[in-house]
Write a protein that binds this ligand. Structure first.
Ligand code: GRF
Length: 317
């Protein structure tokens, strides 16, 4: 996965991420290092390592305008994911929402403790025995997105915010590349994708899982007379996709979607002929709410009325 790293300072986490990306089997590649501080020393290191760089000071610019310039630089470099590494800017909610699930940050505390600044000082003053760092998804609320991984660092007698910060950084350099690798690697992991689909499919009323032609599928109704509303395909019939198959309304709808969004949909072998569409899951930026909507739509087409009624009633609360 192509990633852009945003920094404001020394960029030691960026360096750790960059070098880790050059180890065998890395799930990501760094295509850009960008900064709001034109003389950030990390930019020099990135350039020396042959990585594209971009810098634009935020001074004299509105927040949305500056965000837009940084975002455009990431897109121009082909980035599918943005990694914040000491990027000292609060981002507009519009920006974070557009990159939901594809923007990560590292924060020097064991979240949810100590959001915001001066975390080392606050941990020492609180008398904590343990401090650390967290990698989390970025959401519109500061340092509040889902935590993907954490590492603990002991606070020792006589620690100052500076000595503690130095050790936390060493720990961060271990944590960040590993979590990024795991998280981005999951986008291509069939087991992980299957589990996500399974959780969504089985959350619908009256459903059960049953294999069909060697692939997992989900049915609604009784074991005896239930009907399939979804199938999971892991690179079936020579396709390169890991996909969810669901029912469309018509062949026109199916073909229209495939033509308009070929990165997101395809017409699967055999099933396509009877109106099933392939929703591609092994790509960046899959919107899982949208996947859930597709599952529900497909489920409604075949679910007995007793279940759809139940579901509609539950939706009212
Ligand atoms: C790190 O401590 C990170 O947790 C915080 O900013 C610092 C960045 O340091 N978000 P560096 O620029 O990676 O050296």
């Amino acid at each position: 996965m192509k990633t852009a790293i945003f920094i404001s300072g020394g960029g030691t986490n960026m360096a750790a991420l960059l070098y880790a990306s050059r180890l065998p089997n890395s799930a990501y590649e760094v295509v850009l290092v960008a900064s709001n501080v034109p003389d950030a020393s990390g930019l020099g290191l990135a350039a020396a390592e042959g990585v594209g760089t971009f810098a634009r000071s935020h001074q004299g610019m509105s927040r949305p305008d500056h965000d837009a310039v940084m975002e455009q630089a990431a897109r121009d470099a082909g980035a599918e994911c943005i990694i914040l590494a000491g990027y000292m800017r609060i981002l507009t909610p519009e920006f974070t929402e557009r990159w939901q699930g594809r923007m990560l940050n590292i924060h020097p505390s064991l979240l949810p403790k100590y959001r915001g600044l001066e975390t080392h000082k606050r941990a020492i003053e609180a008398g904590d025995k343990v401090h650390g760092a967290s990698v989390h998804l970025v959401s519109s609320e500061l340092d509040a997105g889902e935590v993907l991984g954490q590492i603990e660092v002991r606070i020792t007698q006589g620690d100052t915010p500076e000595t503690l910060a130095d050790r936390v950084k060493i720990a961060e350099h271990q944590l960040y590349p590993r979590v990024v690798n795991e998280y981005l690697g999951r986008a291509n992991d069939p087991e992980h994708l299957l589990q996500k689909v399974r959780d969504l499919a089985l959350a619908l009323p009256g459903t059960h899982e049953r294999e069909s032609h060697g692939s997992p599928g989900w049915r609604v109704g009784t074991e005896k007379s239930g009907k399939y509303f979804a199938h999971f395909n892991d690179q079936h019939h020579g396709s390169e996709h890991i996909a969810l198959l669901v029912k469309t309304d018509s062949m026109d709808e199916l073909l229209g979607l495939v033509e308009a969004h070929p990165h997101a949909y395809f017409k699967p072998a055999y099933y396509g002929a009877s109106g099933w569409i392939g929703v591609i899951l092994n790509r960046s930026g899959v919107d899982w709410d949208h996947v859930a909507d597709w599952l529900e739509r497909s489920w409604r087409k075949v679910a007995p009325r007793q279940f759809t009624k139940l579901h509609d009633a539950a939706d009212q609360f």
